[in-house]
Design a protein around this ligand. Structure first.
Ligand SMILES: C[S@@+](CC[C@H](N)C(=O)[O-])C[C@H]1O[C@@H](n2cnc3c(N)ncnc32)[C@H](O)[C@@H]1O
Length: 251
């Protein structure tokens, strides 16, 4: 059932589930090692994964002894995560919430908005609110990681259509970029067993310099960004970016 703040994500994400099958375990494990290293995470520390999806990152982090809280809006993803955690004997706190409405205060050693879960809201103030909530959730001295697609790469490689096949599901995406608002408008056609469902979505795509300004506006310091998990500098060739900010000690 949609929460009060409903949007395109309510219908889209349950149908998007097969897409996670395109991300290899090797890729995820390398990201998890990078997250542990860059966020100085050690077993026993507390990490907030928002939005956590099916637990792609939450589960391996919990396996490494990190005390993970996973928040997401898609109930079917949280159910799957809980089931997998139980099966593996891992304890993960799970909560269903809109990422703008989470209310954690100085609870986590580190937190992350990962795998392209940012820019979902039409209003700039809502996207900023997500960062503000992640900032608030950190203990003083804690570190946040944002893992998002790189606007400069998108601009250099923009394609108006694209398709993927995962097992028995075909996913076709038609796109249109609005330069005035830096928003990618897309229609996804998801086809399974001869049945097609279509979804419209819009994602505000931020450039690195815009994100730095937004991070600063909510209080983050020591902001740095990389274009790969090898800490390469961000360039138009970096597909994804990894941006970090810290909550100052004593805040
Ligand atoms: C691209 S997936 C990434 C999931 C995960 N971080 C990963 O890397 O595998 C984006 C996630 O955002 C969640 N989501 C979408 N809108 C949301 C909202 N308004 N509040 C909380 N979660 C949301 C979706 O359910 C989905 O799990």
């Amino acid at each position: 059932m949609p929460l009060k703040d409903s949007g395109w994500w309510d219908d889209f994400f349950p149908a998007f589930r097969p897409y996670f099958g395109l991300i290899s375990e090797k890729q995820t494990n390398a990201q998890v090692r990078y997250i542990m290293k860059k966020l100085n995470l050690k077993p026993g520390m507390k990490f907030l994964d928002c939005a956590c999806g099916i637990g792609r990152i939450s589960l391996p982090l919990a396996k490494k002894g990190v005390r993970v809280t996973g928040v997401d809006i898609t109930q079917s993803y949280l159910d799957e995560l809980s089931k997998r955690a139980k099966r593996k004997g891992l304890k993960i706190n799970v909560a269903r919430a809109d990422m703008r409405r989470i209310n954690y205060y100085s609870e986590f050693d580190a937190d992350g908005n990962l795998g392209g879960s940012f820019g979902y809201f039409e209003k700039e103030s809502d996207n900023r609110l997500v960062l503000k909530k992640m900032y608030r959730a950190l203990k003083p001295g804690g570190k946040f990681m944002l893992h998002v697609i790189n606007r400069d790469w998108i601009m250099a490689n923009y394609q108006t259509r694209d398709w993927q096949k995962v097992a028995d599901t075909k996913m076709m995406e038609e796109r249109h970029f609005d330069y005035r608002t830096s928003t990618n408008y897309a229609t996804w056609h998801i086809i399974k067993d001869g049945r097609e469902e279509s979804f419209n979505l819009s994602v505000r795509i931020y450039s690195f310099h815009e994100l730095i300004a937004m991070f600063e506006s909510v209080g983050f310091t020591d902001i740095e960004g990389y274009g790969s998990i090898n800490d390469d500098p961000i360039s138009r060739d970096s597909v994804m970016t990894y941006i970090f900010g810290s909550k100052p000690k004593g805040k």
